[in-house]
Design a protein around this ligand. Sequence first.
Ligand SMILES: CC(C)(COP(=O)(O)OP(=O)(O)OC[C@H]1O[C@@H](n2cnc3c(N)ncnc32)[C@H](O)[C@@H]1OP(=O)(O)O)[C@@H](O)C(=O)NCCC(=O)NCCS
Length: 175
Amino acid sequence: MKVLALGAEHAAQYRELMLHGYQHAPDAFTSTPEERAAMPLAWWVERAADPAGNSVAFGAFADDQLIGSVAIELSPRLKTRHKAHLIGMYVLDSWRGKGVGRQLIDRALEHVKADSAISLITLTVTEGNAEAIALYTRAGFQVFGIEPMAMLTPSGYKGKVHMWREVACDTAMRE
Ligand SMILES: CC(C)(COP(=O)(O)OP(=O)(O)OC[C@H]1O[C@@H](n2cnc3c(N)ncnc32)[C@H](O)[C@@H]1OP(=O)(O)O)[C@@H](O)C(=O)NCCC(=O)NCCS
């Protein structure tokens, strides 16, 4: 298994993986499969490898199959340029519990650490998503609040847990 920064050449695979994720883990994401399926391939290219550098995605590959991914969004605005936001973490069901999510976060953190303008990284995770909250906590993220009723799903309202970590704090994942 290897983790790579995704490029335009991976956009179709990236789209397929994420549409699968929105379908099979609907409560984990705010996007619906229908909303995202309607986006042109160019949208996925930009999300994977925005030429302006404001969005970058990383993919975990087993041979040539994309089995997991995560993306980082950066703010182009001067006063918020120091904040990165982690989004779209997804690992195919059959590959879970093998350290794929952990390697994706490590790679994303490596990317933001290499940019001296970035001081902190934030993310949101649906309340009750214990696997993801455990993954992020292991990666040094802390909860700083919960947005109540953040999403309306077929099974009712779901809150979103907001987490953050300083980029420089060296809370590498414990072995
Ligand atoms: C959350 C998710 C990305 C984890 O990916 P993964 O590849 O299975 O995670 P890893 O194997 O790298 O596990 C890393 C850490 O996460 C935590 N973790 C992962 N799966 C867990 C589980 N089933 N129960 C408890 N902790 C778990 C553990 O702390 C683990 O570290 P450890 O093995 O050293 O204890 C994956 O379950 C997934 O894609 N879920 C559906 C989509 C989703 O919820 N995305 C998050 C959106 S915010």
